[in-house]
Design a protein around this ligand. Structure first.
Ligand code: RUB
Length: 306
């Protein structure tokens, strides 16, 4: 009955779709397909179905507030309407989704425009994992004629760094690929670290791919500026009311398929970088300090707190 939602959730879970932006976009698109394929006859049943859809999507990956904010916004927009006809409600889901996705696209452009200014000629940029927002910023800098090179980590255990490396090469950017543990070895050659984000907490801490906080520590020790690029909607409102951001723990098999018996393997997907290690968050409103995240989100997206 919720086939489009189930299959999107499955793709997200298996990392066939990865990175917070792409996850949110996949979820929104599934919601639209679901709304159009609904067999609900009444408004009440239609929203019951969407509520179930929401639950399935939310549990596909725990550390994805952008997806949660996106799904919540789209459904809330339509829930407010007086419309009773299911077909019209499904159309309204499409419209709200389009609006949301357009806003997300605009944010990406803005972030790239602002962030590209921080890329200097002949500089070395270090990144970790695969962030479509980071890569888009670097693409923009390259198109503006900046000359720079990139060092990227392979990003164990799933090697998202390979995607980053391939994309950089396609753009004609000189790229060096290293194991995660070589980060300190190379950090003295780096001018700027730029990473993406999965979540930003109310205290201005950033949750991103496992290993990010280690890169931040190393960058601090080497006195290399460490920037995070993120849409403001990666802010997670639950952190404001006392909950911690949940850190997804993935299957041990990703690390070792056939491990010795009794070996404990832990595989957290993300870690938390404390705000003190972050030079700035490059978002659609500009480059902001982690400390001001609540104010900026409040100004731009007050509905997040509702
Ligand atoms: C991806 C990751 C990315 C952020 C930001 O982790 O940590 O840095 O999601 O990506 P995973 P984007 O591969 O486990 O999803 O900028 O594309 O939203």
């Amino acid at each position: 009955m919720l086939e489009p939602i189930q299959s999107a959730a499955e793709r997200i879970k298996k990392l066939e779709v990865q990175g917070a932006r792409k996850v949110a976009i996949e979820a929104i698109k599934a919601l639209v397909t679901q709304a159009h394929q609904t067999r609900a006859k009444t408004k009440k049943d239609f929203f019951k179905e969407l509520s179930k859809a929401k639950e399935i999507l939310f549990t596909s990956r725990e550390t994805e507030p952008l997806m949660r904010n996106a799904v919540r916004w789209v459904i809330n927009q339509v829930e407010k309407s007086d419309e009773k006809r299911v077909k019209k409600l499904a159309e309204a889901i499409s419209l709200s989704s389009k609006e949301f996705l357009k806003n997300l696209e605009d944010s990406k452009e803005k972030i790239a425009e602002i962030g590209a200014k921080r890329i200097r000629d002949d500089s070395v940029i270090f990144t970790h994992c695969h962030s479509s927002t980071v890569n888009y910023l670097l693409e923009r800098a390259k198109k503006e004629g900046k000359t720079f090179e990139v060092i990227c980590t392979e990003t164990r255990p799933i090697f998202q760094g390979r995607t980053t490396a391939k994309e950089m090469l396609e753009l004609g950017i000189k790229t060096t690929f290293i194991v995660d543990s070589a980060a300190r070895f190379f950090m003295n050659q780096v001018d700027l670290v730029i990473v993406g984000a999965d979540a930003i907490t109310s205290e201005g801490n950033v949750v991103n791919k496992i290993g990010t906080s280690m890169v931040a520590l190393i960058a601090r020790e080497a006195r290399t500026p460490f920037y995070v690029v993120s849409e403001l909607l990666k802010f997670d409102p639950v952190t404001m009311y006392g909950d911690y951001e949940k850190i997804e723990e993935r299957s041990p098999e990703e690390i070792w398929k056939d491990p010795p018996k009794d070996l404990i393997i832990r595989n957290p997907a993300f870690d938390v970088t404390r705000r003190d290690f972050i030079h700035g968050i490059i978002c659609e409103e500009g480059i902001i300090s982690s400390h001001s995240i609540i104010e900026v989100v409040h100004r731009k997206y007050p509905w997040v707190f509702e």
